[in-house]
Design a protein around this ligand. Structure first.
Ligand code: KIV
Length: 282
């Protein structure tokens, strides 16, 4: 598999930044080793997103995600990657207090998981933190527009930046780019705004519900595969219905067990006709 840069070594944050305006940057989330191995074969960037809390742990939102959860899933993903850049999300409450708090926890995530960069949510309010981290060798992916960790403050998962509010998201994106972020996720904003931001800033925009004008795209992998159906945003195109397939497979297994069709002779072990040393049979 040849990636956009033609490299086989792991991609780096500067490699991603250099893709601004070029071939679209392909990103997905992953939370486990087997999924990371699949995603790594096709993507430029793998995000261990705090969406893991909703997708794998059954949490109602991302607010209950902890550093320990991100470390555990980050380590699992690391084992599955050879080529893609690995980014780990900073959970709610682990970076907003001060740049020092953010540095301490971002360094922990990098040290424990081997990720090359962290992602944090927020625009202007996070500018000094992004500057502090990037000046201290921690590459930062920013995240503006709909920021799921602000679900309570924003009153739900609503489209951001419509009408006059476009200026707010545009300013947020400019500020995080100027602060030193190597790329920025833009979530759930009108397509004209995503296009405007992408033309306006000199780091790659990675869209999720933000139009094909962005420099790259990201989805939650379980959304794309039809595994996570509790919450189905309009932007989450489903490329498979694995949840439905899994349900059918489990139902078939249950039926086979109840009817004693499973295990069949090919799944069972015959007796050993030869006595074992010591005179006992197997
Ligand atoms: O947590 C997450 O998965 C994200 C997205 C941008 C996909 O932040």
């Amino acid at each position: 598999m040849t990636y956009g840069t033609g490299k086989s070594a792991p991609l780096t944050p500067p490699d991603i930044t250099a893709r601004k305006g070029g071939a679209p940057i392909v990103c997905l989330t992953a939370y486990t080793t087997p999924m990371a191995e699949i995603v790594d074969r096709h993507c430029d960037l793998v995000l261990v997103g705090d969406s893991v809390g909703m997708v794998l742990h059954g949490l109602p939102d991302t607010l209950g995600v902890t550093l320990e959860m991100m470390v555990m899933h980050g380590k699992a993903v690391r084992r599955g990657l050879k080529h893609a850049l690995m980014v780990v999300d900073m959970p709610f409450g682990t970076y907003e207090e001060s740049p020092e708090q953010a540095f301490r926890n971002a360094a922990l995530l990098m040290r424990e998981t081997g990720c090359a960069a962290v992602k944090l949510e927020g625009g202007r309010a996070m500018a000094s933190t992004i500057g502090y981290l990037t000046e201290r060798s921690i590459p930062v992916m920013a995240h503006v527009g709909l920021t799921p960790q602000s679900v309570n403050a924003k009153g739900g998962y609503k489209v951001q930046g419509r009408g006059a509010a476009a200026e707010i998201v545009l300013r947020d994106a400019r500020t995080v780019a100027e602060a030193g972020a190597f790329s920025v996720v833009i979530e759930k904003v009108p397509d004209v705004l995503a296009r405007r931001i992408t033309a306006d800033i000199d780091i790659p925009t990675i869209g999720i519900g933000a139009s094909a004008a962005c420099d790259g795209q990201i989805l939650v992998v379980d959304d794309a595969l039809g595994m996570f159906t509790a919450f189905q945003p309009k932007f989450a195109k489903r490329y498979a219905e694995l949840g439905e397939m899994a349900d059918k497979a489990v139902a078939a297994y249950a039926e086979d067990v109840r009817s004693r069709a499973f295990p069949a002779p090919e799944h069972t072990y015959g007796d050993n006709p030869q006595p074992l040393p010591g005179g006992k049979s197997a």
